[in-house]
Design a protein around this ligand. Structure first.
Ligand code: ZN
Length: 175
């Protein structure tokens, strides 16, 4: 069918034809007629688009979605900014985002997160983490995919803090 045929159709006729072709694509033999119907559908859509008629999604819909998502992101960032504060623990490097009310009460003027404060206040047997220790510089070689998992997992934590947690966790199991 030539696309002239589609250009003379009303919108309703086009839509009916569009649906008919789709039905034929679904019911036709993939080895025989289906290709031809798919081709036909393309011709119809092109002819319709030239008239500003879009079947399925308009090309603007994706852009609109993108803009809406960006606007939403901006709003939630602004909301976070006014409502939340971030505290970074000087011991374990953990970064904690809390409401300003909680920040004022629990974190203002403090150096350590609650976990680490606990340990400073007297470490009980077998519990908690040693807060400080001896620093040694090491280079670690690991397969690339291990580093990828570590990068994904550590979030805001410093690499050294993250590895320290891993090692201490393991040592707690052994010791
Ligand atoms: Zn901490």
């Amino acid at each position: 069918m030539a696309d002239k045929f589609y250009e003379d159709m009303t919108v309703d006729e086009l839509r009916a034809e569009y649906e008919e072709i789709q039905r034929r694509i679904e019911t036709s033999d993939p080895d025989e007629d289906q290709k031809g119907w798919k081709q036909e559908l393309k011709i119809l859509k092109k002819a319709a688009e030239r008239r500003g008629i879009y079947f399925g999604e308009s090309p603007w819909a994706e852009i609109e979605r993108y803009l809406q998502a960006a606007e939403q992101d901006m709003k939630s960032l602004e909301a976070l900014d006014t409502q939340k504060k971030t505290f970074v623990c000087e011991n374990c490097g953990k970064s904690i985002s809390v409401e300003s009310r909680i920040y004022e009460k629990t974190y203002r003027g403090e150096k350590y997160c609650l976990d680490c404060r606990h340990m400073h206040g007297g470490r009980r047997e077998g519990a908690g983490r040693p807060s400080l220790g001896v620093t040694r510089k090491v280079s670690i070689t690991l397969p690339e995919e291990y580093w990828e998992v570590i990068e994904d997992d550590r979030g805001d934590m410093k690499l050294s803090a993250y590895l320290r947690e891993l090692i201490i966790g393991k040592m707690d199991e052994i010791l």
